[in-house]
Design a protein around this ligand. Structure first.
Ligand code: LIP
Length: 257
């Protein structure tokens, strides 16, 4: 199954790559929430190439299948995660396909054709980058850690609010943060140990579905607000090396009270 999904993602990736180097028709779903013809076209290719999974699996996809699926088994598709990066020519953008049976992630594939990085994982079989096994960092001192995060599009209308307080605490207790613009790749860069941890609020299920499987299979602690398991529809996710996950969770939650 994973190899058939990978084939579909690689085919759709060719179109993302063509679009990355082409002029884009940009439309706005919100003040800074952009969409291009390539988001829609890549999603169409993925839905066609993955149609073999229906009717056993439902589909949830950012551009044309936003509603929550009634199926138990679902495919979560973000055709271009990091759309702002894609529009501005910043090469941190990807296709993200996560396959779930209920709340359990079965497969995750995240593909950045611009940087030629293909992350994939199958539950219980480890996580890989371009065929090489990956795992989280082993740092145990939060002050030595590089943490990734992001901000919802709504900051353009409402500002950062509580996120500023959290950012202050994280910056005072770590080596720094990176806001790279793609939740899927932030999770994968945590899985490969480049980031020691990642957290973000107000994401959509398609942003995190695949990356969460990859991070978990790479040994990351991945959880939501309760500090236990994660929920694709919860408005908070954190993934981190198990050696620092509780330290990071604590400072984020202490600052959030
Ligand atoms: C993006 C996420 C990113 C978040 C952005 C946006 P999109 O998804 O991947 O982590 O900070 O606000 O939600 O819109 O590029 O698919």
């Amino acid at each position: 199954m994973l190899s058939k999904i990978e084939k579909a993602v690689l085919k759709a990736g060719e179109h993302l790559l063509k679009g990355f180097h082409s002029t884009k028709d940009v439309h706005f779903k919100g003040k800074i929430d952009m969409v291009t013809q390539y988001d829609v076209e890549v999603e169409k290719i993925l839905l066609e190439e993955l149609s073999f999974m229906s009717p056993e699996y439902g589909f949830v996809a950012e551009e044309t299948h936003k509603e929550r699926s009634i199926s138990k088994k679902n495919v979560y598709i973000d055709p271009i995660d990091g759309t702002t990066n894609f529009v501005h020519g910043f090469p941190f953008c990807c296709i993200s396909v996560g396959v779930y049976d209920g709340d359990e992630g079965e497969y995750g594939i995240v593909y950045n054709p611009v940087m030629k990085e293909l992350f994939k994982a199958e539950r219980g079989h480890g996580a890989y980058l371009n065929g090489e096994r990956i795992s989280t960092s082993i740092k145990s001192n939060l002050s030595e850690c590089l943490i990734a995060t992001g901000f919802p599009y709504s900051v353009a209308e409402n500002g950062c609010g509580d996120l500023t307080q959290i950012l202050n605490v994280v910056l005072q207790n770590t080596r720094g943060i990176r806001r790279a613009g793609s939740a899927a790749l932030d999770l994968c860069y945590t899985a490969r140990g480049v980031f020691d941890g990642y957290y973000e609020y107000n994401l959509s299920p398609w942003d995190i579905a695949a990356g969460a499987v990859i991070a978990k299979e790479a040994g990351a602690a991945v959880f939501g607000n309760d500090g236990a398991g994660y929920d694709l529809y919860e408005k908070f996710i954190m993934a981190a090396s198990p050696n620092i996950s509780q330290q990071l969770f604590k400072i984020i939650n202490k600052s959030d009270q």
